[in-house]
Design a protein around this ligand. Structure first.
Ligand code: DUC
Ligand code: ZN
Ligand code: ZN
Length: 471
């Protein structure tokens, strides 16, 4: 038998199904064997004290996404994917966003130019549909879906992105015809606009009022409406970045009725609260994201939804805007009323360690659930499985090797993104990636990235199984 390029020896190997102690043999960038006492490889890693999981799949993150001036994301594909690799993520799925009035194919081409030659780990693209014209629905989207862009996000809020219900129905019907996977940002735009005006008229413009402009009921209503639209069309739907108990209850209700409704949540809804939006002076801008972080009771509800299976996907929603940054949280270099603060927080590198430490380490979820939420399910839902999302013979040799005993205090200076803060500064975690392996190459080891820029490959997504029409 041909020699293995790499053998990861004696680790605790976790997939979404099992946890077993075994060796993993790698050849040609793929998993070639799982077993005990595998023959020696050209390179060996002693994993006896380590937990080996499939490399993370971050199914929702933003990097170098074109923004209206003066906003500009701090991470491009180089810094964004480097940060991902250092946090144990080996596949990222950011968004090629259609600008209203323009073609989606042009957005995809532009986004490829931004990614080409820069990525450290593999990447696929979701699309963002903002202008579903006849041309887009009849020609562009079907062509793109067949070329490997099989999932797309729609927005129910943000003036430059939002669709009305009829447009959402058009896009959902197209998704059904083509077998693609629709995702939706569920917040009621009119309620937000009205509340924002009311708050501003009362002089409430500080970052803390961002949360008051987007209360949970606004998310609940839109979540219910989105589910109803998907039910009408009979198509699956993934609700992204669910923040609170009420929206989650809508998803649980839909699932209990047999609808193919999937839920995603993110670290900010487990580890941040709206109180942090009320930080000193303008500091709260660091935690401005949408939907906003809620309170402790809602954090507990989201944990419960994670443990009980309401959520299938745990993503970062990494949206990298610097704090002391004229292109970020201080547009043009100034503190601004909350409505002008770019929405989003960084988190691509901290996503997995946070859930590993506070979820697995504290006994809230088991290792298999951790793997399912952070790797296997997004790979399946977005058509990358079994190449990505598991450790199986024939699949890509993408792994995160965890030191479950390592204690780390999160500090921004140790992270690899290009953002000047982390909202998790000072949090103490137990368990951190020791090594990240992407297609058999060690890309991160003991706190240091070690990979060639541009080695990351574009991944064309298959049609997701979950989106197959029921009849
Ligand atoms: N909200 C979004 O909808 N996208 C990016 C980040 C955010 O906060
Ligand atoms: Zn969103
Ligand atoms: Zn997002």
């Amino acid at each position: 038998m041909e020699r293995f390029d790499l053998v990861i020896r004696g680790g605790t190997v976790a997939t979404a199904a099992d946890v077993v102690r075994c060796d993993v043999g790698v050849r040609g960038g793929r998993v070639a064997a799982l077993g005990t006492d595998l023959p020696k490889g050209t390179r060996e890693i002693d994993a006896r004290e380590l937990v080996v999981t499939p490399g993370g799949v971050d199914g929702h993150c933003h990097m170098d996404q074109p923004m209206p001036a003066p906003m500009k994301m701090a991470d491009d594909f180089a810094s964004g994917t480097l940060s991902a690799a250092c946090g144990g993520t080996t596949t990222v799925i950011p968004f090629a966003a259609q600008v209203k009035g323009q073609s989606i194919a042009a957005a995809v081409e532009d986004y490829h130019r931004r990614a080409d030659g820069r990525a450290y780990v593999d990447y696929a693209f979701h699309l963002i549909v903002t202008d579903p014209t006849e041309q887009v629905l009849r020609a562009e989207l079907p062509r793109l879906i067949r070329s490997g862009y099989t999932s797309f996000k729609m927005y129910m809020t943000y003036d430059d992105l939002k669709l009305n219900d009829r447009q959402i129905l058009d896009v959902l019907a197209l998704a059904r015809r083509e077998g693609a996977m629709p995702m939706i940002h569920a917040e009621n735009a009119d309620c937000i606009a009205w509340l924002t005006d009311v708050l501003e008229r009362a002089g409430h413009i500080a970052p803390r009022y961002h949360a008051d402009s987007r209360p949970r009921v606004v998310e609940r209503e839109a979540t219910h409406r989105a589910i109803s639209l998907a039910e009408l069309v009979d198509v699956p739907l993934l609700i992204v970045h669910v923040s609170g108990a009420e929206a989650m209850e809508q998803i649980r209700w839909a699932q209990s009725r047999g609808l193919r409704v999937y839920g995603e949540t993110c670290p900010q809804y487990l580890f941040l609260t709206e109180e942090q939006l009320a930080g000193e002076g303008y500091e709260g801008a660091k935690c401005v994201c949408s939907p906003p972080p809620r309170d402790k009771a809602n954090q507990r509800a989201i944990w419960q939804g994670i443990a009980s299976g309401v959520f299938q996907v745990f993503s970062s929603d990494h949206a990298p805007f610097g704090y002391e940054d004229p292109h970020g949280k201080k547009p043009g270099g100034k503190s601004v009323p909350f409505r002008y603060i770019p929405n989003g927080i960084p988190g691509i590198e901290t996503r997995l360690p946070l859930l590993f430490s506070e979820g697995v380490g504290k006994g809230r979820i088991d290792l298999q659930t951790f793997v399912a939420l952070t790797s296997t399910n997004p790979a399946k839902i977005y058509g990358l499985y079994p190449r990505k999302g598991t450790i199986a013979v024939g699949g890509d040799a993408d792994f995160t090797l965890w030191d479950p005993q390592r204690e780390v205090t999160i500090t921004n200076s140790a992270l690899h993104h290009n953002v000047d803060y982390t909202p998790y500064e000072g949090m103490r975690l137990k368990g951190w990636p020791k090594l990240t392996v992407s297609r058999g190459e060690i890309v991160f080891a003991d706190g240091r990235a070690d990979a060639a820029r541009g080695r990351g490959q574009f991944l064309a997504c298959a049609l997701p199984q979950a989106a197959k029409a029921a009849d």
